[in-house]
Design a binder for this molecule. Structure first.
Ligand code: SER
Length: 314
């Protein structure tokens, strides 16, 4: 693919579940040399193209890297996810909020032109209607992670309205992919289950069998991210964060689907503290604003995702 743009993109938190795949896709689109991967420590990714060690809480260090590479876009993926944030509450607040401020302020000062920042279904809470949850509804998150994402959404919209900062955001559901491992989330089981099914034929699930949650296959998540970032600014009507939907399933339903490929697969359920987090989130999401505003449409359902995951992990 071509490299006929002047984009210089910095991906912060590039070695995580989403970043690993996003960096590959961005490099295919914009050219390896135009995508600067960065994480809190050196990872294998450093062998594949430009890489910097960045602590997003160090505003001066971040500024230096942005200047050094003439960065004009930042994808800020560094954050603590839902389960880890419950264990490290104050640090989660510090990282998820001050990391965002450091990047928003670069755009406020017109040092960078565009920001991508992920939000989550965790912005919703126990009082939110759970089925086909709409874009604009009750939002009373009951997790530390959800509180940071909800506050972050408000700040993104504020910076857009006050300072004309071009920030774009998606409320991801649980993300499932085979190229990289998730870390510290409540929806992580939906990745672990595939690895254990293929390795040992057995998985002990940390959520109960009927805990239905919104999920998405990674190729759809990557496509949505690129689509919203490439859309004309005028089409981005929502500057907090867009609802995004793939498909929903429970642990029992994904186990049934896996059994179609691996008939001997067995699952048991031992809910832990993550159950409470899952219980506070919607079961399905209405993404009609994303569809209407910039043409969102997912490609994968549970069956297609399961087939693809097993084929690739084998
Ligand atoms: N997948 C995330 C988590 O479980 C939700 O955004 O924390």
């Amino acid at each position: 693919m071509g490299t006929s743009t002047s984009e210089k993109i910095l991906v912060i938190g590039s070695s995580g579940q989403l970043g690993t795949e996003l960096v590959q896709t961005l490099r295919n689109i914009y050219g390896t040399e135009n995508i600067i991967a960065s994480d809190i420590k050196v990872t294998e990714q450093a062998k594949e193209g430009p890489f910097e060690v960045i602590d997003v809480l160090n505003a001066v260090g971040l500024f230096d890297i942005v200047k050094k590479h003439r960065v004009n876009q930042v994808y800020l993926l560094a954050a603590l996810l839902s389960a880890t944030a419950e264990k490290m509450q104050k640090f989660a607040w510090e990282l998820n909020m001050n990391g965002l401020f450091n990047v928003l302020d670069l755009a406020k000062e017109k040092i960078i032109q565009k920001i991508y920042w992920p939000s989550s279904i965790a912005v919703f809470g126990p009082n939110t209607p759970k089925e086909n949850t709409s874009q604009f509804t009750i939002m009373e998150p009951s997790t530390v992670y959800g509180i940071t994402k909800q506050a972050g959404e408000r700040w993104c919209e504020y910076y857009f309205n006050k300072y004309n900062v071009d920030v774009r955001s998606l409320r991801y559901p649980g993300l499932i992919g085979w190229k990289s491992a998730p870390g510290g989330g409540t929806t992580d089981y939906a990745v672990h289950i595939f690895h254990d099914a293929l390795k040992t034929g057995y998985y002990e699930c940390f959520l109960s069998e009927n805990s239905t949650l919104p999920m998405m296959y990674m190729p759809d998540a990557i496509k949505a991210t690129i689509d919203i970032m490439q859309a004309d600014a005028g089409k981005i009507k929502i500057r907090s964060s867009y609802n995004l939907a793939g498909f929903s399933f429970s642990p029992k339903e994904i186990a049934t689907e896996i059994k179609k490929h691996l008939p001997g697969f067995k699952i048991s359920y031992k809910p832990d503290t993550r159950q409470q987090i899952a219980d506070s989130w919607p079961r399905s999401i209405d993404a009609s604003h994303a569809t209407a505003d910039w043409g969102w449409k997912p490609q994968y359902n549970l069956a297609a995702m399961t087939t693809d995951m097993i084929r690739n992990l084998k």
